[in-house]
Design a protein around this ligand. Structure first.
Ligand SMILES: [Fe+2]
Length: 571
C-alpha cells in the first residue's frame, strides 16, 4: 500500500468526529492544533504551500460541535503575502523555498503550531513566526519588525522580506521570551549562511539578534532547543540548498553524515546590544537531525534527545516522471511529497559538556522497523521538561513507493536497496528518557495507515491550565494520553492511548461522521482552549512599508499593497 493519496487530494474542510471504538477519557481536555500546507499543485514541493491551522477539540461538544461530537476546524493563514496572492494569484510562482512574486517572497507559515501561554503562533523555516487569534484562528500579525531582525536574509525586491529562520522556536518559561534563529547569506569568511540567535519578548514589535561569531554553514536550523542556561542550535543537515537545482539543473547535493551543534549561554546575551556577535561552544553530532529536545534542568549537564534522520533528504521530492526504488512509476497523487527515509533511523540521548567540548552517548535505539521517525509526543510543561520520563515517537514505516530511484542512485553506497524494497508497518513507540530503552510499542499492521504528528495531552489539567504550566499531576510524559492521528484513504482516525502503556492499544478511537479524509498535516501541539486574543502590542504590516520598499514594487501594484495594509491594520 502506498502512502494515502488523500494526503494531497483531500480538501481543507470543517467536519465532526465521533467515538467509534473504546471510551473517551473524562480527564482529557483542551485541544490539539496542527499545521497543514494547502496543496494548490502550483509548487513542485507541496510542503512549501500556504499554511492552514487546524484545530481538533478534545472535549465532546467543544468549539460548536454537536453533543458527543468533536470539532475539526481548518483555516488558511491570511498573512499579508496570502492576501496579496488572493488578489493577484497569476503573479506568484514557485521557487525551492515557496512562492515568489513582485511583492517579495511569501511567509507560508505552514509547519508547526506553537502555543505560548494563552497565545498561539505558527511557524516555518523561511519566514517569521505568525500570531493567530486562539478563538477565531484568524491571522493577527508577524513577529518582530524587519529592521529589528537585521533586515532580510538576502536582499530581495518587494514589500515582504525573506527571513530564513526556524520552524521550531522555543518558549523560555523563566525569561518569558521566545528563542529562535535567523540566517544571513554572507560572502565572508566564506560563502554560506551565518546564523544568529534571536530573542522575542511577547509584548512589543521588535526582536533582538546576535550573530554567531565566525560561523558559516550551508544548510538550515530546523529546531531550536534549550536548557535553563543554554540555547542549543544544530545544523539540520537534511535540507541543503543545491545551486545547480536553483538554476534549473538536476539535484546532486546530498545530506551530511555529521552536523555541527552550537551552544550559547543565555546570560551572555542579557543586556548585550542587538547585533553584537557572540561566541558559541561548538560540537559535532551524528546522524543529521530534524528535531531534538533538551531537558530543561541542566544541573547534571546538557542532556538532549536527538531524533536522528538517517538518510532523510528533505530536499528530494517526488516528480511525475519518477520511478520508485522498486522500478514502479510514482503514484500521481504523491507527486510533490518529499522523498521518504532511505534507512532506519536512530534515536539517541546525548550529553553535551560545554566545559570539555565532549559529547557522551547515554543510550540509543535503532531497529529494522525504525523507518521514518516522524514526530514525537512530549510533556511540554516546564515540570515535564525538567524531569522527563517517557518519550513517544511515531514511526511511519518504510515506504518504497515514496523513495525515488533517482534519490537511491544519488545515495548509492550509502543506502541498502534490499532493506528499502519492502514496506513495514507504522509503529507508535515509547522510550525511557536517558537510557532510550524501548518500553512499549503499538504496531499499525494495516499498511494503508499513515500515522502522523502525535501529541501528549496531560491528565486532569483542571479549568485553569496556566496554574500548573499545563502539567497534569505527575509531569514527565507518562501520566496522560498520547493522541495519534492516523491518515488512511478509507477515513481519517484519531487514536488516544494511555501514555503509560501504548502497547495496550488505543483506549478510544475517533472517526469523522462521514469517514472524512484530511490533507497532509505536519506538526501538532496540545493547548488549553482559549477564547480571546490576549492584549499586547503587535507589529502591523503597514509599519514596514517604507518608501524604498514600496518603490521596489511595480507602480500599478502598490494600490493592492495599501489595500492589504489597511485590511491588516483593522485586525
Ligand atoms: Fe519539524
Amino acid at each position: 500500500m502506498p502512502v494515502p493519496g488523500t494526503l494531497t487530494t483531500a480538501p481543507q474542510v470543517d467536519f465532526e468526529l465521533e467515538v467509534v471504538a473504546g471510551q473517551w477519557p473524562s480527564d482529557i481536555s483542551g485541544e490539539m492544533v496542527f499545521s497543514s500546507p494547502n496543496n494548490s499543485r502550483k509548487l513542485n514541493a507541496a510542503i512549501f504551500d500556504w499554511g492552514a491551522i487546524v484545530r481538533l477539540s478534545l472535549e465532546p461538544g467543544g468549539r460548536g460541535a454537536a453533543p458527543q461530537h468533536f470539532a475539526w476546524q481548518t483555516r488558511t493563514i491570511q498573512t499579508p503575502g496570502k492576501r496579496l496572492f488572493d488578489l493577484h494569484p497569476e503573479l506568484f510562482h514557485g521557487t525551492p523555498t515557496g512562492y515568489q512574486s513582485p511583492f517579495g517572497p511569501s511567509n507560508a507559515s505552514n509547519t508547526a503550531p506553537l502555543p505560548w501561554g494563552n497565545r498561539l503562533y505558527t511557524t516555518w523555516d523561511a519566514g517569521r513566526p505568525v500570531e493567530l487569534n486562539p478563538e477565531t484562528l484568524e491571522f493577527v500579525g508577524e513577529v518582530g519588525h524587519l529592521d529589528s531582525w537585521g533586515g532580510s536574509s538576502m536582499e530581495t525586491a518587494g514589500v515582504m522580506p525573506f527571513l530564513f529562520s526556524s520552524a521550531h522556536p522555543v518558549v523560555d518559561p523563566e525569561r518569558n521570551c521566545l528563542w529562535t534563529v535567523k540566517m544571513d547569506f554572507v560572502m565572508e569568511p566564506s560563502f554560506g549562511l551565518r546564523p544568529a540567535v534571536v530573542r522575542y519578548d511577547p509584548d512589543g514589535t521588535t526582536v533582538k539578534y546576535w550573530p554567531l561569531d565566525g560561523i558559516v554553514f550551508g544548510s538550515s536550523i530546523h529546531t531550536v532547543s534549550q536548557t535553563r542556561n543554554w540555547v542549543i542550535l544544530a545544523d539540520s543537515g537534511n535540507f541543503k540548498a543545491d545551486p545547480n537545482e536553483v538554476f534549473g539543473g538536476e539535484r546532486t547535493v546530498t545530506i551530511d553524515d555529521e552536523v555541527p551543534v552550537w551552544l550559547i549561554r543565555k546570560d551572555q546575551l542579557d543586556g548585550l546590544a542587538s547585533g553584537t556577535p557572540v561566541k558559541p561552544v561548538p560540537f559535532m553530532m551524528s546522524p543529521s537531525v530534524g528535531h531534538y529536545y533538551a531537558r530543561w534542568d541542566d544541573t547534571d549537564g546538557v542532556s538532549v534527545v536527538w531524533e536522528g534522520m538517517d538518510l532523510m533528504d528533505l530536499g528530494q521530492y517526488l516528480k511525475a516522471s519518477d520511478l520508485d526504488v522498486n522500478g514502479k512509476p510514482i503514484d500521481p497523487d504523491l507527486v510533490g511529497l518529499y522523498n521518504m527515509a532511505m534507512a532506519p533511523e536512530t534515536i539517541v540521548e546525548v550529553q553535551f559538556d560545554p566545559e570539555t567540548g565532549k559529547v557522551t552517548e547515554q543510550g540509543s535505539y535503532k531497529a529494522d522497523w525504525t523507518f521514518n521517525l516522524q514526530l514525537s509526543a512530549i510533556d511540554w510543561s516546564t515540570e515535564g521538561m525538567s524531569n522527563p520520563t517517557l518519550h513517544h515517537v511515531s514511526y511511519q514505516g518504510c515506504r518504497p513507493g515514496n523513495i525515488t530511484d533517482r534519490a537511491a542512485r544519488l545515495y548509492e553506497g550509502r543506502i541498502d536497496r534490499e532493506l528499502v524494497a519492502r514496506e513495514t508497518p507504522g509503529v507508535l513507540a515509547t522510550f525511557e528518557r536517558g537510557s532510550m530503552e524501548l518500553k512499549s510499542k503499538w504496531e499499525y499492521s494495516d499498511l494503508g495507515d499513515h500515522i502522523t504528528s502525535p501529541t501528549f495531552a496531560p491528565r486532569n489539567v483542571g479549568a485553569d491550565a496556566s496554574l500548573s504550566s499545563y502539567s497534569g499531576n505527575k509531569p514527565g510524559g507518562h501520566d496522560g494520553y498520547v493522541v495519534q492521528p492516523v491518515q488512511n484513504d478509507n477515513g481519517f482516525r484519531v487514536e488516544v492511548f494511555d501514555a503509560a502503556n501504548v502497547g495496550a492499544g488505543p483506549v478510544a478511537v475517533l472517526q469523522g461522521t462521514n469517514k472524512e479524509c484530511v490533507p497532509m498535516v505536519l506538526h501538532s501541539a496540545w493547548m488549553p482552549a482559549y477564547h480571546e486574543l490576549a492584549p499586547a502590542e503587535r507589529l502591523k504590516f503597514s509599519s514596514e512599508l517604507s518608501e524604498a520598499r514600496l518603490a521596489s514594487v511595480p507602480e500599478e501594484l502598490r494600490t493592492s499593497v495599501h489595500h492589504v495594509a489597511a485590511e491588516c491594520d483593522e485586525i
